[in-house]
Design a protein around this ligand. Structure first.
Ligand code: HEC
Ligand code: HEC
Length: 380
């Protein structure tokens, strides 16, 4: 009996010693420096100067109430949360969202949305409130016009909260009411954020020089991170704390919607942007300085914008399948397989020669996957 207890103890100590021996940081100094650039997380809150109710608790409360309420759809059939499901990272489990018809794209997650500078897969808007107005007024989605929205709000239980924040509704032009509603929705969405994950604990430990704490990060995830930063070239586009350079690229996803229609991506996004009265350069922005408006004034549509899409953030992505602008890849494994075998014929001829088929081994693919999942494990 005593002997077997000692035997067990020896086994236990042996296992401890083994795990201490294998717990290490295998990154080079250069890889550590690159890793530090993916944080800290989350970023500090900065109110949106183009939205005078950004960050106000009363606006966040009104925006939240409206987000989950069908009053924003003309026939009372649809709320924002139908396509941006909170239990699915505020994205849609359907490949392409369904409004009145099947829409052309997968619903983007709304977590960490306040950090973007272009909104939508094609960047058709340069601010969050303008983007929030799109589904409300789109005939294929919530199908309101300014007048019907004003009437619906006037008759709803939200009227007191609205007037406490924005003043008497009856004295306001209908378009101003729509923009105010969108600004309260934006204030709410600015609060949707993913928390620090095991990747951040690793990164922060290395920043402090605490190698013992950093070594808790699994070796497989470290090897996956090495591929992400190095051979995979993923960080070229998925850069910075949010793992996106916030710009538009062609990642080799086909842009045919069906046999006769293509999704023009950023090209069409710029056309929408130039036609919009709701940009940072326009009179609906509350920012007297019009900061950020230079972008919409200066950006030019180029042939190379055709079929490019905004680089998605990789934070929280494990919760938001399916993937890509058209939801064509069912899970993260399928995304890794896509980059593994990417079809160079599909990439822009005048685009960047950044992506080549990675041809990762089975173990390397599973390491990369393991790393990607550590950007979403803040709930576990
Ligand atoms: C019928 C489904 C549907 C409904 C309802 C819907 N959305 Fe969306 N949402 C989408 C799709 C699809 C996209 C991607 C659109 C694109 O890129 O063209 C999207 C994109 C967005 C984006 C851009 C996010 C980013 O990262 O740039 C925001 C913001 C947004 N929706 C907010 C809202 C709000 C607020 C409501 C309610 C007023 C709403 N949505 C209602 C389907 C929907
Ligand atoms: C040339 C820039 C670029 C590079 C390099 C790149 N990506 Fe992407 N990534 C994108 C773009 C653009 C999309 C969206 C493409 C689309 O929808 O058409 C995307 C989509 C994704 C998605 C889906 C996210 C979502 O929410 O739908 C994941 C995951 C991803 N990339 C991971 C990676 C990994 C891992 C690597 C390295 C092997 C990598 N990316 C390399 C630009 C890039």
């Amino acid at each position: 009996m005593i002997k077997s207890v000692f035997g067990l103890l020896a086994l236990f100590l042996g296992a401890l010693w083994m795990s201490a021996a294998t717990a290490e940081v295998i990154l080079s100094d250069n890889e550590i420096a690159l890793t530090l650039s993916h944080g800290p997380w989350p970023p500090a809150f900065v109110a949106d100067p183009s939205n005078r109710v950004s960050g106000l608790p009363a606006a966040i409360k009104l925006g939240k109430g409206l987000f989950f309420n069908p009053v924003l759809s003309r026939d009372g059939s649809m709320s924002c949360s139908d396509c941006h499901d909170p239990s699915h990272g505020f994205a849609d489990p359907k490949a392409r969202s369904v409004g009145k018809v099947i829409l052309d794209r997968n619903a983007l997650s709304l977590t960490n949305v306040r950090g973007h500078r272009w909104f939508g897969w094609a960047g058709g808007n340069d601010n969050l409130w303008a983007q929030s107005l799109v589904p409300i007024l789109n005939p294929d989605e919530m199908n309101h016009d300014d007048e019907s929205l004003k009437t619906a709000i006037a008759k709803s239980t939200w009227i007191q909260d609205y007037e406490a924040l924005f003043g008497p509704l009856s004295e306001q032009a209908a378009t101003d009411v729509s923009v105010n509603i969108a600004k309260s929705l934006a204030a709410y969405q600015e609060t949707l954020e993913t928390g620090p994950t095991s990747f951040d604990r690793f990164r922060n430990a290395m920043e402090r020089g605490d190698i013992a704490a950093a070594a808790h990060y699994p070796l497989a995830a470290q090897r996956g991170l090495q591929i992400f930063l190095g051979r995979g070239n993923c960080a070229f586009c998925h850069s910075g704390p949010a793992f996106t350079n916030r710009e538009f690229h062609d990642a080799g996803v086909p842009y045919f919607i069906n046999q006769t229609r293509v999704d023009t991506g950023r090209y069409g996004g710029l056309e929408a942007l130039f036609a919009s009265p709701f940009t940072l350069a326009g009179s609906y922005s509350d920012d007297r300085e019009k900061s950020g408006a230079w972008a919409v004034r200066q950006v030019q549509p180029l042939h190379s914008d055709f079929g490019t899409f905004r680089v998605p953030s990789l934070r929280g992505t494990a919760r938001t399948a399916p993937y890509m602008h058209n939801g064509s890849l069912a899970d993260l494994q399928a995304v890794v397989d896509h980059y593994n075998t990417i079809d160079l014929e599909r990439l822009h001829t005048d685009g960047e020669a950044i992506l080549t088929p990675l041809a990762l081994s089975k173990r390397e693919s599973s390491d990369l996957l393991k790393f990607l999942r550590t950007l979403s494990d803040d709930e576990g």
